[in-house]
Design a protein around this ligand. Structure first.
Ligand code: AP5
Length: 207
């Protein structure tokens, strides 16, 4: 029976593919929730923050350059992240769908993502916005900063600066997708498991 379901799934893969943007301010739980949704739905998780940190760890030219922006909580230039995502999508090949985490963060990034997906006969199905206020975001990231080695989590002014960058440059990305009727706000404060359930029910409601 499972063989038949698998065969059916493969046959109709193109129509079943779902691409989700997990959206929200720093510390809203995008990475936490993406990991849980990947387990459940086998999506490919693409986080520009993780990709940039991996470049930095390998001390590539891109990583060293990006680090200068990241420690200050500023956005890395569009040209850098757009190119990075294009390569990651092409390298992923034939997949069930993507969860974009922390991307797009500017309207030019959103336009570039739409063009990239369209050229591969794909599109964004949902933009799931995790709503978390600045105080909760700051508290979570300061807590994480005590044990992680993320420099951008260790200075309250940098954390608050990241929240401001979100308000100044990233919130308008949700406005960009609004006319398509695919933006859904989800309360991002509360139990992690309950938030996953809310996200999952939105994903399962996609036709
Ligand atoms: P990035 O790595 O994307 O960081 P961020 O969005 O600022 O925030 P986080 O990833 O830290 O938060 P999150 O929402 O994923 O929450 P998480 O699940 O980790 O970006 C870092 C930098 O890279 C940027 O500042 C920029 O410089 C650069 N960059 C990245 N993408 C870019 C782009 N597209 N364009 C330009 N520049 C870019 O959770 C946070 C903490 O909260 C964890 O400790 C977690 O355990 C906890 N937590 C999660 N959920 C809950 C809950 N429900 N209750 C309590 N605690 C919770």
């Amino acid at each position: 029976m499972s063989f038949i379901i698998e065969w059916f799934n493969r046959l109709f893969k193109k129509t079943r593919m779902q691409n989700i943007i997990l959206f929200g301010p720093p510390g809203s739980g995008k990475g936490t929730q993406a990991t849980r949704l990947v387990e459940k739905y086998k999506f490919v998780h693409l986080s520009t923050g993780d990709l940039l940190r991996s470049e930095r760890k390998r001390e590539t030219k891109l990583g060293i350059e990006a680090q200068k922006f990241m420690v200050k909580g500023e956005l890395v230039p569009d040209s850098v992240v757009i190119g990075m995502i294009e390569s990651a999508v092409q390298e992923a090949g034939d997949v069930t769908g993507f969860i974009f985490d922390g991307y797009p963060r500017t309207v030019p990034q959103a336009e570039a993502l739409d063009a990239l997906l369209a050229s591969n006969e794909m599109s964004i199905d949902r933009v799931l916005v995790l709503d978390v206020n600045e105080e909760e975001s700051t508290k979570r990231l300061l807590d994480r900063g005590k044990t992680s080695n993320r420099k951008d989590d260790q200075d309250e002014s940098v954390i608050r600066g990241r929240y401001k960058v979100y308000l100044d440059y990233t919130v308008e990305v949700a406005g960009y997708y609004e006319p398509k009727g695919i933006v859904v706000n989800i309360p991002g404060e509360g139990a992690i498991e309950e938030i996953t359930e809310l996200l999952a029910s939105e994903i399962e409601a996609i036709a």
